[in-house]
Write a protein that binds this ligand. Structure first.
Ligand SMILES: C[C@@]1(CC(=O)O)C2=NC(=C\c3[nH]c(c(CCC(=O)O)c3CC(=O)O)Cc3[nH]c(c(CC(=O)O)c3CCC(=O)O)/C=C3\N/C(=C\2)[C@@H](CCC(=O)O)[C@]3(C)CC(=O)O)/[C@H]1CCC(=O)O
Ligand SMILES: NC(=O)c1ccc[n+]([C@@H]2O[C@H](COP(=O)([O-])OP(=O)(O)OC[C@H]3O[C@@H](n4cnc5c(N)ncnc54)[C@H](O)[C@@H]3O)[C@@H](O)[C@H]2O)c1
Length: 194
């Protein structure tokens, strides 16, 4: 069964705690910032790898704290991502986050995650999130690469034009729904000539 429900978070308005500053943390932060360049992230780690510091330096919304994880760092956070190389610490992060009803991801450890990070395609205002229900992150990556390539950048113009048209519509909700459905029908209509 696939029980996952995707949502699109305004991480530039939410406080994220990332624990760890190694390889896995670098990958998670890189993809977080790629999709959400102004994500508010506090990072607590015993040490930071140079690769991590390089990624973190790209965003001035990332705050680094060189320290061992402590539950005090959960204060004021909405989301928590644990990426240390210490299983006991990762478990502690998860348990202490759960006590506070925070949503937690322990990188690469599906059974300790409330949510998974996904492959993400961004084309202007369009954003597509990809998950394989934790079965194959590599496939999520490949699908992300495929969609990044095949979806044209101009798809954003389509969205903006449709938004402009939508703004011109006068009338009640029902009228607007009908008009928007009509004008976008061609996007899904099968070509009947073949
Ligand atoms: C999509 C992406 C997003 C991101 O990281 O931001 C992501 N993993 C990515 C890449 C990737 N991760 C790994 C490899 C090496 C190949 C391999 O091992 O399979 C590669 C491929 C590569 O790097 O080429 C290692 C790995 N990952 C997990 C496990 C544990 C397991 O599967 O049991 C192991 C084994 C660890 C071990 O051996 O111990 C688990 C998770 N990884 C997830 C997300 C969540 C499920 C997403 C979904 O539903 O599909 C989940 C469940 C939890 C989480 O971490 O959120 C990102 C691609 C970003 C992009 O390129 O767009
Ligand atoms: N690197 C990979 O590609 C990979 C692949 C599969 C699984 N893993 C697993 O993922 C985990 C993380 O691996 P990694 O390569 O990122 O390791 P890493 O050594 O590069 O990073 C671990 C980070 O955790 C920090 N840390 C450790 N204890 C801490 C604590 N108590 N408080 C705060 N920070 C602490 C360290 O300072 C370091 O920055 C490991 O368990 C590893 O086996 C890694």
């Amino acid at each position: 069964m696939n029980h996952l429900y995707p949502i699109f978070l305004k991480v530039h308005e939410l406080n994220v705690l990332l624990v760890g500053g190694g390889f896995v943390a670098t990958e998670k932060l890189e993809f977080l910032l790629k999709s959400s360049p102004e994500a508010q992230v506090t990072v607590v780690s015993k040490e930071f790898r140079p690769e991590f510091l390089e990624v973190a330096a790209k965003a001035d919304t990332v705050t680094l704290i060189e320290d061992l994880y402590h539950e005090k760092y959960l204060g004021g956070k909405h989301l928590v991502i644990g990426a240390t190389d210490n299983k006991a610490v990762n478990r502690q992060i998860r348990d202490e986050a759960k006590e506070r009803f925070l949503l937690v991801n322990i990188a690469d450890t599906p059974e300790l995650c409330d949510f998974y990070l996904g492959g993400i395609v961004t084309k202007g205002n369009l954003k597509i999130a990809i998950s394989t229900n934790g079965k194959s992150p590599t496939t999520a990556k490949r699908l992300r690469q495929l969609l990044e390539e095949v979806l044209p950048e101009e798809i954003d113009d389509l969205l903006l034009n449709l938004n402009a048209y939508r703004e011109t519509l006068k009338g009640d909700f029902e009228f607007k729904v009908k008009a928007m459905n009509e004008i976008t029908e061609g996007l899904v209509r099968k070509d009947t000539r073949n």
